[in-house]
Design a protein around this ligand. Structure first.
Ligand code: 9UX
Length: 72
């Protein structure tokens, strides 16, 4: 099954940053859907927790040079 996780993403300053983060998220194994909003700095990620954890998702965002923290 899938769950939806919300992540606060810091360091995004333009639309290209948003596309970049969305691209990273969508390419992760276990991630089904990812929508990132610049105005709120929130990313909503639909993922399969048996394949990837919320910490793995946050780490992938941080590896790309942004800050990420799990919200709920
Ligand atoms: Mo444009 Mo967003 O260089 O970091 S991609 S501000």
């Amino acid at each position: 099954g899938t769950v939806v996780g919300q992540f606060m993403i810091g360091g995004m300053t333009c639309a290209a940053c948003v596309s970049s983060v969305e691209g990273i998220l969508k390419n992760l194994p276990g991630v089904r859907k990812a929508v990132v909003a610049l105005a709120t700095s929130l990313g909503e990620v639909e993922y399969d927790p048996s394949i990837i954890s919320k910490d793995d998702i946050a780490n992938a965002i941080e590896d790309a040079g942004f800050e990420a923290s799990f919200v709920q």
